[in-house]
Design a protein around this ligand. Structure first.
Ligand code: ZN
Length: 264
């Protein structure tokens, strides 16, 4: 039986999708998991940035800074026009908070997010590195599944920054990179979407996205880490509710709502 005391749920890339976040938090709670950490991009793209920041602040032990959190708080770097427009709209929502103390608190929280946390998350003596993007460039570097075949040198350089296990988000595509290098989507990691860590390998685990999955499965994604293994979980949520809210905001491109139905 699982020891629930040492289970950690890792969530990432919520992107202002509060409907998806509520569904994931409910799923985590129903499993008796009390420890939740967030790998960043709490906001950006989605219609409920304030609610998502408040929820993450309340429910997560800690959260990391993603490129979209950075973009809203400081400046959008290398954002396409759709992402940039969403970032400016998101910032306006933070600024429009009438309660001055609340407004300051939220900005303070965003500003306090770390870019990298190393912890004994797996419950054994193995330090686990958590970043939003990559262990080499924590805020902005994408590690794509195809890099395993197309860019082995890039993966080698990234794995040099990993002692044993790293957790990332950013691409919104869940799965496990091994230092072969290889990439395994959740459907190929093992029975019941559980990947068992081997003692002699390094892995980078992408936890997928809560609020904007891009692996053609529209359900919200997160993972549960237990000593020795990681389980990939998907949760259904009311996509239309979020998509409709996106479409009601002119500064949020309709595409941001449409893509949710397809998970891409
Ligand atoms: Zn993201």
């Amino acid at each position: 039986m699982r020891d629930i005391r040492v289970q950690t749920a890792l969530i990432s890339d919520i992107h202002g999708n509060a409907v998806a976040l509520h569904a994931v938090l409910k799923d985590i709670e129903s499993r008796g998991i009390e420890r939740i950490v967030c790998l960043g991009d709490i906001i950006g793209y989605g219609p409920d940035p304030l609610e998502c920041v408040d929820l993450v602040r309340e429910k997560c032990t800690w959260a990391l800074m993603g490129n979209h959190d950075f973009g809203v708080l400081y400046e959008p770097t290398n954002f396409n026009p759709t992402a940039e427009s969403a970032a400016y709209w998101t910032r306006e929502q933070f600024d429009a908070e009438p309660d001055e103390a609340k407004r300051a608190e939220r900005y303070k929280y965003l500003g306090s997010l770390r870019v990298r946390v190393v912890e004994n998350l797996a419950g054994d003596d193995v330090p686990v590195i958590c970043v939003h993007a990559s262990p080499r460039r924590p805020i902005n570097e994408y590690i794509f599944p195809e890099d395993a075949s197309d860019a082995p040198d890039k993966l080698e350089a990234i794995f040099e920054r990993v002692e044993r296990i790293a957790f990332v988000g950013h691409t919104h595509v869940p799965g496990v990179f091994t230092d072969e290098p290889d990439f395994y989507p959740p459907s190929e990691v093992g029975e019941n979407r559980v990947y068992k860590f081997l003692p002699d390998e390094k892995v980078v685990v992408n936890v997928g996205s809560v609020g904007q999955p891009r692996d053609l499965d529209p359900r919200a994604s997160y993972v549960i880490l237990t000593p020795g293994q990681v389980e990939f979980v998907r949760v259904e949520y009311d996509i239309q509710k979020t998509a409709d809210k996106i479409k009601a905001v002119p500064q949020l491109h309709d595409f941001l709502g449409d893509r949710l139905y397809e998970g891409k």
